[in-house]
Design a protein around this ligand. Structure first.
Ligand code: ZN
Ligand code: ZN
Length: 534
């Protein structure tokens, strides 16, 4: 019984963990990496065809975005997720495929002009469509048999509609182990979604640590602060631009703005206009007030019962077509603009930033975590006086606000509370989904409290009976290294380099094998090398 870490290991995005038990391989999450380019950053260090089952904790792209790639490269098994997650995945992955196609087209045109080989999209709409028939929608809190004595159960994580922790029971040679994957842990009191639940028992825990070194400011009154930003900016004649995760943060923003309007908190122009410029966010918002309404929290349900649509208000304009999105930039009426992606690494938000960042009278409001390497992070950090957008240098002169407490991730106290809820200390806690420093600091804090805790490295493998490493893994390729390789080498040569890197990993994993096997393996590599050494 082994556990490998193929993503979100000492970084926040790209969640992907793999359980090996008997002859089966179960992948938990298959997320996209953010803040890296699509070549090296998104490849799998395993063969997708060798995976038997995938379990998805929630629909966010950093947990689900590479499912179409997995299927495209040979995965044929079942994908288990909660009912709402399955619904959200259908719109999420279609949108992601659309972005991949657009980006390949855009960079393809550029490469054609420079004579470089044209880039293929990471996956297409057709690839994304192949994922949906494999989805198995599951209810919360029900034991689900996934075959050969293995079961899973989804429990509400209170992070996004449909989000869940995955409890997994495994039996091998008469020994049973229970592994709990936290996915993303929510924080209580969040609008629209229910509060996170807690789990009492686990042998092994794999937990996120996004805010493992920070506390959210709970005294921060989001509605009041947001109303203030809107009032000041619109009075100056500027726009309020909100880069927002299409699923989750966007609906929270709409929920808060509805309240701002209802309470008349923006006195100078109570009828201000709000543009929702994200087809994905629009589709998700429709789901929230349609098929997924049964999953909303009590407050939102009570509003609906009293005849109020929690995500709708006067002055809300939905922008469907890309052409209309561009026209918004010529319209000088001060407005609130909500667009995605949340980390500004793709989508229509980039156009809005291009037209607003340089204007002193405007404001940009961030509402979610910005991963290292993304444009959102560069802006939030505030270290650059200009940023590059569509090949143009754009000055950053507008006001930048970071509403961290709008995050639907637990802060360090929330994470601790989640872990303290286990009645018996788990034998080992693997700390993932946090930046390098954060993962390690959080793990150290747990060790001080008497836990066995590890911040596993990328591609590391652990034995689940002893909780000891079988393979230590490696440091992540740095963004600069990846970019250099991609710039210099042809796609086919890049593939060969990756195959070589995989071989080194496979060799390391065979450490401790029988002399006969190791000698045979060495002979085969020698023969291959001799054949190609020309
Ligand atoms: Zn998430
Ligand atoms: Zn996440």
């Amino acid at each position: 019984m082994k556990l490998s870490f193929y993503g979100a290991a000492r970084e926040v995005t790209g969640s992907c963990h793999c359980i090996e038990t008997g002859d089966k391989r179960i992948l938990v999450d298959c997320g996209m990496q953010q803040g890296v380019s699509n070549g090296f950053g998104q490849t799998f260090p395993f063969h997708p065809g060798e995976i038997d089952i995938v379990v998805v904790t929630h629909a966010h792209i950093d947990h689900s975005g590479r499912l179409p790639l997995l299927v495209k490269q040979g995965f044929k098994g079942s994908i288990y997720a909660t009912g709402p997650t399955c619904k959200l995945l259908e719109i999420m992955l279609r949108d992601s495929a659309h972005i991949q196609e657009l980006e390949a087209l855009w960079s393809g045109r550029k490469k054609k002009r420079s004579g470089d080989p044209v880039t293929q999209p990471l996956y297409t709409m057709a690839d994304a469509e192949q994922v949906f028939p494999l989805l198995i929608p599951c209810a919360y809190d029900k034991m689900i048999d996934i075959g050969e004595g293995r079961s899973i159960r989804f429990t509400d994580a209170g992070h996004l509609l449909g989000s869940a922790y995955v409890e997994m029971w495994l039996t091998e040679d008469g020994t049973q182990r229970k592994v709990v994957f936290s996915g993303d842990i929510g924080s209580p009191g969040h609008p629209l979604i229910r509060d996170p639940e807690y789990i009492k028992e686990a042998d092994i825990v794999v937990m996120e640590s996004t805010y493992g070194d920070r506390s959210h400011a709970y005294s921060f009154d989001i509605v009041k602060e947001l109303a203030n930003v809107i009032e000041t900016t619109l009075t100056k004649g500027g726009n309020v631009v909100c880069p927002s995760f299409a699923i989750g943060r966007t609906q929270d923003l709409l929920y808060h703005i509805r309240e701002i309007k209802e309470r008349g908190l923006v006195r100078s122009c109570p009828d201000f206009l709000v543009y929702l410029d994200s087809p994905l966010a629009t589709a998700a918002t429709k789901l929230y007030s349609g098929d997924l309404m049964d999953y909303l929290d009590e407050e939102a349900t009570a509003l609906i019962r009293s005849g109020i649509q929690p995500l709708s208000f006067d002055g809300l304009r939905i922008v469907e077509r890309a052409g209309d999105s561009k026209k918004l930039n010529d319209d000088r009426t001060p407005k609130v603009l909500i667009s995605s992606s949340g980390m500004c690494d793709a989508g229509r938000i980039r156009h809005h930033l291009k037209h607003n960042l340089w204007r002193q009278e405007c404001a940009v409001v961030f509402t979610g975590f910005q991963a290292l390497g993304t444009l959102g992070r560069i802006i939030v950090d505030g270290l650059e006086s200009s940023v590059s957008l569509f090949g143009e240098e754009i000055a950053v002169r507008c006001r930048i606000h970071n509403f961290r407490s709008m995050s639907s991730h637990a802060d360090k106290e929330g994470l601790q509370k989640w872990l303290d809820a286990f009645e018996r200390k788990p034998e080992c806690v693997f700390v993932v989904h946090g930046e390098d420093e954060t993962c390690r600091t959080f793990a150290l804090r747990l060790i001080e409290q008497g836990y066995k805790a590890v911040a596993p490295k990328y591609t590391s493998i652990y034995d689940l009976l002893t909780c000891e490493p079988v393979f230590e893994g490696r440091d992540l390729l740095r963004r600069s290294d990846i970019e250099r390789l991609e710039r210099r080498e042809s796609p086919v040569f890049q593939r060969l380099m990756l195959a070589g890197m995989r071989l080194i990993e496979v060799i390391s994993r065979n450490k401790g094998g029988t002399n006969k096997d190791l000698a045979k393996f060495a002979d085969q590599i020698d023969a291959l090398s001799s054949k190609w050494d020309r």
